[in-house]
Write a protein that binds this ligand. Structure first.
Ligand code: BES
Ligand code: MN
Ligand code: MN
Length: 480
């Protein structure tokens, strides 16, 4: 029977409550990848998705990653060959089943792994499902899964007749360190993929669907400055030697100049200015920086960053250095007079265009070494990284995704970029030469990585419909 997309869309609408119930089940599994304590849950979440895909007719495996001494969370791999007459692209759908830790737990209005549906209020967020992983990324992966499930039910076609390979990772939130060796070891599964499809990004706003054509890269480090061989009384020693906390903050404060540009020599290599055309197109998107700041409790005057660029340009096209955490000495309740033996900071860089994570880390570490205080030493760790990815906006695949979104939402999707990072995209580009289409359905107030993470039901619905229509467009590509 030929696929009939209207029947698939109707099926999705009729099934919505049951779809959310299935998502609820998956969200209950606390698959926090960064904490080894949840390794069993990661495995369960992988198995849950594998069972789902198997039910939809995919040939499915749950494969281990990592090495004997470096534990990895399993990857779900699933495949369907497409219907016999399919001559469209072989699409690699990527998503991640792992989630971020839940802390600070006290700020959750309901337990993070007991999803609840909350009703919308005028002027506030819409009807939504609240849980860790609701939008990042189980809920968004689910919009794809529900679409292939609907095709299977309505037309009996696995994957809607499209040739799909599905890869669901369990380590995206902890740096994807085992992903590259995995892809290398299983190259045969990937080598004839034509394009990657990811639903793990956001829209321009409510009712404003978007395709993301670029994400930033990331280089994440942990640096410790060691001074004296013991913690000291700050009265007896204060003034007689350098305090490691003071030394660390003085060094890190040199990372930015008065224009808030990063001062590390060579840092900006491979990072061209955004083109005039791009800047003009972005300024037409109607992004309101004051409104965005108001949502995080800041006045318009807080629109601060690298001189010469708008907030949107700074997020989408400029690299940054950030201190994610900084600690040393006494951080408990009350006062303790102490000079600590060492001080630590977690410093990361967001990268764009052709900047490279490894090179950035080595420039940064050399820059630190040149500033080592007399008698002190560094412990420098490169925790993880990922390449930036900028994608062609004129490919046939991307045009198909634009048409699918337009059919699903009845408005033209915006072409946007994101300041976030999804390491797999840069990796697939460099290893296999394939591009990615980011078709995501998040909103900027979804509280990604924060307490009370949510995914709005309107966005979930749009996601499922868009994936169903993209399948239709991919099938139609062969007739063009
Ligand atoms: N899905 C996010 C990235 C994202 C969110 C991109 C919203 C665009 C819009 C992803 O799961 C994520 O959190 N990535 C991490 C990187 C990772 C290496 C820890 C990030 O960007 O910090
Ligand atoms: Mn994600
Ligand atoms: Mn994330």
């Amino acid at each position: 029977m030929p696929p009939h997309v209207d029947r698939v869309l109707k099926f999705l609408a009729d099934e919505e409550t049951a779809s959310l119930q299935r998502l609820d089940e998956w969200l209950r599994i606390p698959s926090i990848s960064t904490d080894p304590h949840y390794a069993v849950d990661c495995k369960r979440a992988a198995q849950w998705a594998a069972d789902y895909l198997k039910d939809c007719g995919f040939a499915t495996e749950v494969l281990p990653t990592g090495t004997a001494d470096k534990h990895g969370h399993p990857l779900v791999m699933a495949h369907c060959p497409g219907s016999p007459d399919y001559r469209g692209p072989h699409v690699l759908f990527y998503g991640h089943y792992d989630v971020q830790p839940v802390d600070p737990i006290d700020l959750w209005e309901s337990p993070p792994f007991e999803p609840v549906i909350r009703e919308g209020k005028p002027g506030g967020p819409g009807r939504r499902i609240v849980a860790r992983g609701a939008v990042d990324d189980k809920g968004q992966v689910m919009t794809f899964l529900e679409a292939v499930r609907a095709y299977r039910h309505v037309t009996d076609l696995v994957g809607g007749g499209v040739k799909f390979t599905v890869m669901l990772e369990g380590e995206e939130e902890s740096g994807s360190t085992n992903l590259e060796p995995f892809v290398k070891a299983h190259l045969a599964k990937f080598k004839d993929c034509d394009v990657c499809l990811i639903s793990d990004t956001g829209m321009l706003g409510r009712g404003q669907p978007a395709i993301t054509y670029g994400v930033r890269g990331l280089a994440y480090t942990e640096i410790t400055l060691h001074g004296p061989n013991q913690d000291l009384h700050s009265g007896l020693w204060g003034g007689r030697m350098l305090n490691p906390n003071t030394a660390l903050v003085q060094i890190l404060s040199q990372l930015w100049d008065s224009n808030r540009r990063v001062t590390i020599p060579g840092f900006y290599e491979g990072c061209p200015e955004p083109s005039a055309d791009e800047r003009a197109a972005w300024s037409k998107l109607g992004f309101n920086s004051a409104e965005a700041l108001a949502k995080i409790g800041l006045p318009p005057a807080a629109d601060v960053g690298e001189a010469g660029y708008t907030a949107m340009e700074r997020e989408w096209a400029r690299p940054t250095a950030e201190i994610n955490g900084i600690y040393g000495g006494y951080t408990g309740a009350g006062a303790k007079t102490v000079i600590p033996a060492h001080a630590t900071a977690k410093v990361s860089f967001r990268l764009v265009a052709d900047q490279q994570p490894d090179k950035t880390v080595s420039l940064f570490f050399n820059w630190l070494r040149e500033r080592t205080p007399p008698g002190f030493c560094w412990d420098l760790k490169d925790l993880h990284g990922g390449f930036p990815a900028t994608l062609p906006t004129d490919s046939v695949h991307l045009q198909a995704a634009r048409r699918a979104l337009k059919r699903a939402a009845s408005v033209d999707p915006a072409m946007i970029k994101s300041g976030g990072s999804i390491p797999v995209a840069g990796m697939l580009k460099s290893m296999l030469g394939i591009s990615t289409i980011f078709m995501g359905f998040g909103l900027d107030d979804d509280r990604v990585h924060s307490p009370n993470e949510k995914f709005e039901i309107d966005c979930f619905r749009l996601g499922a419909r868009s994936h169903a229509l993209l399948i239709d467009e991919l099938r139609a590509l062969q007739d063009r």
